[in-house]
Design a protein around this ligand. Structure first.
Ligand SMILES: [Zn+2]
Ligand SMILES: [Zn+2]
Length: 257
């Protein structure tokens, strides 16, 4: 079985097709998916999805792109994380691509999430874009390695992957690794140790080849696994079992069904 380690099934395009999406997962042997929160306001819908389906789990957190939304403090994150279906804190991190002025509130929010993860012992889902140096610096300063976690939808250099691996983090690849022009990223996918590798869709975004440009869904995480198997010259079954074992080792509160 495959696991989609990162998707957004509460987003409108996907929420309307909940049953069809779950059926497609079953058909493609995608046995589990982690539904990731991006703001407090939407968290109840994310949690409800995980409560309706035994093979979905949830995270709690606020995405760095979301300005002008509810800003949780540590206590609030801890209260919401105290639920058997909430297996991670995030997604959190830094994004200076969409927030070009690199605002201080992003770093404050990230620090709050790292502190909450350390306290509750649930791993972090880290988003980083055009902000790798600050992301790693804050992870070190706040002791993120103690909580552990994943660099999701990884698009950075091999050096950044190395630094994250040194902190004990996992590296998750999305459909971007299937894109023809993603040469540097394909090399990173060959380099990451098998026991630190995760796969994801980040659905509804970033549909992998051969579905590029369409609304993505967890069933298509198989194409990410196929490309990584091809790049590493390994059987698909090996990537399948390694990424699934890695997922349940990292997100140890998630239940396999
Ligand atoms: Zn993200
Ligand atoms: Zn995401």
């Amino acid at each position: 079985m495959f696991v989609d380690s990162h998707c957004h099934l509460d987003f409108p395009d996907l929420a309307e097709r909940e049953e069809a999406i779950l059926a497609a997962m079953a058909q493609n042997r995608v046995g589990h998916a982690l539904c990731v929160s991006v703001k407090m306001e939407d968290f109840p819908r994310v949690l409800a999805l995980a409560e309706r389906h035994p093979n979905l789990s949830a995270s709690v957190g606020v995405h760095p792109d979301n300005d002008g939304v509810e800003e949780p403090d540590e206590a609030r994150l801890l209260a919401l994380a105290d639920h058997p279906k909430v297996v991670a804190i995030g997604e959190t991190g830094l994004d200076y691509y969409w927030q070009k002025d690199a605002p201080e509130w992003q770093r404050e929010r990230f620090r709050t999430h790292i502190r909450a993860a350390r306290q509750c012992g649930k791993p972090l889902i880290v988003h980083t874009r055009s902000a790798a140096d600050d992301t790693l610096r804050l992870m070190r300063e706040e002791g993120a390695g103690e909580a552990g976690g994943v660099m999701h939808c990884f698009t950075e250099s091999r050096e950044v992957a190395e630094a994250a691996l040194d902190l004990g983090f996992y590296i998750s690849f999305s459909g971007i690794v299937t894109f023809k022009n993603a040469r540097e990223l394909k090399a990173v996918a060959q380099y990451v140790p098998l026991d630190r590798l995760l796969i994801e869709t980040d659905a509804p975004y970033l549909a992998p080849v051969p579905h590029r440009g369409k609304t993505n869904e967890p069933a298509w995480v198989v194409h990410v696994a196929e490309e990584i198997a091809r790049l590493r010259n390994e059987p698909l079954e090996r990537i399948e079992s390694a990424t699934t074992e890695n997922f349940f080792r990292l997100f140890r509160h998630a239940q396999a069904h």
